[in-house]
Design a protein around this ligand. Structure first.
Ligand SMILES: [Zn+2]
Length: 215
């Protein structure tokens, strides 16, 4: 059985792992060889957003491109939130037009994220990656149909992610390594302890969710 790593910035070459490697348009150079996601990250909006969007729209139809993202909203940076919202909206619309999921980066902008999903009547799955926020936000995301991916925060027993994991319906839960050097095995071990599920059981559940997530 394989480990599903729904979001990583590194290529591990681990045969026991199915990973979705992230490609940041405007920053990364080479499109990953396997399954990947591609998006314009709010940290790298740069001067010429239109050319980034044009570049992205040429990459996303690639059959190995599983999702659009990571993209989203970040209140911890100087870039104007209305510009971020505009670029995020265009990426959601691209994902909708190609019926691919969206991998979301969200920092201190959850009410805006939830409102945008409603306003745009998004039909494709939206996955909030690297979640490590409080239970109230977690519950709001779940009830609004978001998927949630947890990563290295699970390695700390008192983190928000460790407190939230049991509250997330298994069909809405994914695991990731993101840009960290931890292995996906380590993250699965932590999740399996928190959930009281065996590793192979967790592997099977994640792969099952992944196949329904894709269609
Ligand atoms: Zn990331």
């Amino acid at each position: 059985m394989q480990y599903l790593n729904i979001h990583t910035h590194l290529s591990t070459g681990n045969p026991d792992e199915i990973s979705v490697q992230n490609f940041i348009v405007g920053k990364d150079e080479t499109i990953p060889r396997g399954l990947f996601s591609a998006g314009i990250h709010p940290w790298y909006l740069g001067e010429n957003v239109d050319s980034l969007l044009e570049k992205l729209s040429k990459i996303v139809p690639n059959s190995n491109c599983f999702a659009v993202g990571e993209c989203g909203l970040d209140r911890n940076i100087d870039t104007d939130l209305s510009l971020q919202t505009q670029v995020f909206t265009q990426q959601i619309q691209l994902a909708e037009s190609l019926q691919k999921p969206v991998i979301v980066h969200c920092v201190r902008a959850f009410p805006e994220l939830i409102a945008l999903k409603k306003k745009l009547k998004v039909s494709v799955p939206m996955l909030v990656h690297g979640f490590n926020n409080n239970l109230q936000i977690c519950e709001q995301l779940i009830s609004n149909g978001f998927y949630i991916s947890l990563g290295s925060a699970l390695l700390k027993s008192d983190s928000n992610a460790s407190k939230a994991i049991k509250k997330i319906p298994i069909k809405q839960l994914f695991l990731e390594t993101d840009d960290k050097n931890h292995t996906i095995e380590t993250i699965f071990m932590a999740a399996s302890e928190h959930l009281g599920l065996g590793i192979s059981q967790l592997q099977a559940l994640m792969l099952e969710s992944f196949s329904s997530f894709k269609s």
